[in-house]
Design a protein around this ligand. Structure first.
Ligand code: FE2
Length: 261
């Protein structure tokens, strides 16, 4: 007879849940990249038929709460690893395209608060968000994280974040840096040529896709946001899609965002 054991029931004598034990045995999903900040790679998602790799960021705030950016598909192992780090309190969508897994995360972490710009909130009327994110970080994370609001496009705006302690900037879709190896494995030849043309590969500039760039009709506010980002002098730049930068992030971003003029 097959015995089903709930993942979150503590196993007598071991003091841990089945999920936590599995997490200890499996290859860790969370990768520490500096003090107080982790990333986790998710599975691919489809965007208009194109496979996109996904990456999330977790920051431990000064008060011990976990701040989760662009959550990837939730697994039991990931949940158990996070439970070992601290309480998940903030789920952050940086733009209206990064909302896919918010519901399941909210269900799993019912005490978490949902955050996003007005465009995300408008996209997901089924979810209850805190007040819309803008240029000013809310009190909940102001001490640890700053933010800048790139806007001026009718199609896409995005809140970009900066973790002060580790000098890490975090970008969703405004910086895309697909690697050659990933593209060779996952994209067809004509798709790879398109990726180069769109400028979303690490080799072709690690930019926002050409159509997004062209949609920034009013660039004044986005230029202000870029100035704020460059003044952070970030060392690292984490991106949701593609290769992230471990060093000299400020120079990388100056090149990647040069299209704003
Ligand atoms: Fe994205």
């Amino acid at each position: 007879m097959k015995i089903l054991l709930a993942e979150n029931i503590i196993i007598p004598g071991l003091g841990r849940t089945q999920g936590e034990l599995r997490a200890r045995m499996a290859k860790p999903l969370l990768q520490s990249i500096a003090s107080g900040i982790w990333i986790a790679e998710g599975s691919d998602v489809s965007f208009h038929g194109f496979p996109y790799p996904t990456r999330m960021v977790i920051i431990k705030l000064s008060d011990g709460d976990l701040w989760v950016w662009s959550p990837v598909e939730l697994s039991e192992v990931l949940r158990a690893e996070l439970n070992c780090l601290g309480p998940v309190r903030h789920l952050v969508s940086p733009n209206k395209l990064h909302h896919l897994f918010l519901s399941s995360w909210r269900d799993c972490f019912p005490r978490s608060r949902l955050w996003g710009p007005a465009s995300t909130i408008g996209k997901r009327p089924d979810l209850t968000f805190e007040r819309a994110l803008t240029d000013e970080p809310p009190a909940a994370w102001r001490r640890d994280i700053d933010q800048a609001w790139f806007r001026g496009s009718p199609f896409l705006d995005e809140i970009v974040f900066f973790h002060r302690e580790s000098g890490t900037a975090v970008f969703g879709d405004l910086v895309q840096a697909f690697g050659e190896e990933y593209l060779r494995k996952r994209w067809k030849p004509w798709q790879r040529r398109l990726a180069q043309w769109l400028g979303i590969t690490a080799r072709s500039g690690a930019r926002a896709p050409l159509d997004v760039r062209l949609s920034f009709i009013d660039r004044r506010l986005a230029r202000q946001a870029r100035s704020k980002v460059l003044n952070w002098r970030p060392e690292r730049v984490i991106v949701a899609h593609g290769e992230w930068q471990r060093h000299d992030g400020a120079s990388f971003l100056a090149r990647s965002l040069s299209w704003l003029g």
